[in-house]
Design a protein around this ligand. Structure first.
Ligand SMILES: N[C@@H](CCC(=O)N[C@@H](CS)C(=O)NCC(=O)O)C(=O)O
Length: 314
């Protein structure tokens, strides 16, 4: 099998060398009407995230934009996993100050002692029980927007407006497959064919999005929505890690003028740029995928200051 010998994640590699992402293990929800068995409650739930991770990054941005920071606390893991996975070594005593655990795996095992998949971020943990409620990253942000509305700050944006959901969902789908997960499919491919298929689909999708953004400030017009956040977390990592480490190198983001200006526009919007940590991003990708970068050397470039250049949009 192509995958088993050389793959970054053997269990998630097809016989054709394509990366096939594992399903999310925990999919409970917190719902406004309590029908899921859980209602929104201040201080009860903790978002565990890694600043390097694009899926976790979405949740951090949405939580901040909606003003949920005082309601759902945030625990950050070290960008480098050891053989026991995500660890809370950013804290002085190596333990998450709220959950009291050293490894995120402890919360996963407390939830399912037989859990055998990858322990992933983002995860929402119930502070009372120490168990994982969900690691279902696409649902986490949608629920922040829709189910946690009673805790939103007064001027919070509607990131998932009811009358635009069909359009948003229709964009989310190809952006996930070709861009968000597309860069991983290119980077984790273990056959030339699988890599080329992912590369081609990625840049075709970026071309389509670029054309759309020539006449529209954001993907859905003049307001930021969920799908902009989902695209942003991949674009902001593009030149730092995907272009080199994942071989997504037809062009750099900085060489695609419309997308580059769009990404800078978002970066410079309150709630976006301050959540980006290029040091964590680069160290995570370059130092934890030993099949791709066995030396673990972290590149010094690119220059981060370019993100502050005027974007000329809006
Ligand atoms: N939960 C999803 C996506 C989240 C995800 O992949 N997060 C990455 C970080 S970007 C992670 O936690 N990886 C842990 C690992 O690979 O062991 C999955 O299982 O594929």
């Amino acid at each position: 099998m192509v995958g088993d010998m050389a793959a970054q994640f053997g269990k998630e590699t097809s016989t054709g060398g394509a990366f096939v992402r594992q399903p999310n293990a925990f999919t409970d929800r917190v719902t406004a009407d309590g029908s899921s068995g859980r209602r929104p409650e201040a201080g009860r739930y903790r978002l565990i995230a890694c600043l390097a991770c694009p899926w976790a990054h979405r949740a951090i941005i949405v939580r901040g934009l909606l003003g949920l920071d005082g309601v759902i606390s945030l625990g950050l893991v070290d960008p480098i996993r050891d053989d026991r996975g995500w660890r809370f070594t950013l804290a002085e005593d190596g333990r998450d100050p709220v959950l009291g655990i050293e490894y995120l795996a402890q919360a996963y095992r407390a939830t399912d002692p037989d859990f055998g998949g990858r322990v992933t971020v983002p995860a929402i943990v119930d502070v009372e029980t120490g168990k994982v409620v969900t690691n279902d990253y696409p649902q986490i942000t949608l629920d922040f927007s829709t189910e946690w509305a009673e805790f939103h700050k007064p001027d919070a944006p509607d990131l998932y407006p009811a009358d635009r959901r069909a359009e948003i969902d229709a964009l989310i789908e190809p952006i996930f497959h070709n861009v968000n997960n597309g860069v991983y499919k290119a980077g984790f491919a273990t056959s030339q064919e699988a890599y080329e298929a992912a590369f081609t689909a990625l840049f075709a999708e970026l071309d389509t999005l670029s054309t759309r953004l020539e006449t529209s400030r954001y993907l859905l017009g003049d307001r930021i929505t969920e799908v902009d956040i989902r695209l942003f977390t991949t674009l902001v990592r593009f030149d730092a890690v995907y272009h080199g480490h994942f071989k997504c190198n037809r062009q750099k983001l900085a060489e695609m003028p419309t997308l580059w200006a769009y990404a800078r526009d978002l970066f410079q919007t309150p709630g976006f740029g301050e959540t980006v940590n290029f040091d964590h991003i680069k160290r995570h990708y370059y130092a934890t995928h030993d099949q791709i970068n066995p030396t673990r050397i972290v590149p010094l470039g690119p220059d981060e200051s370019v993100w502050q250049e005027p974007h000329g949009r809006g």
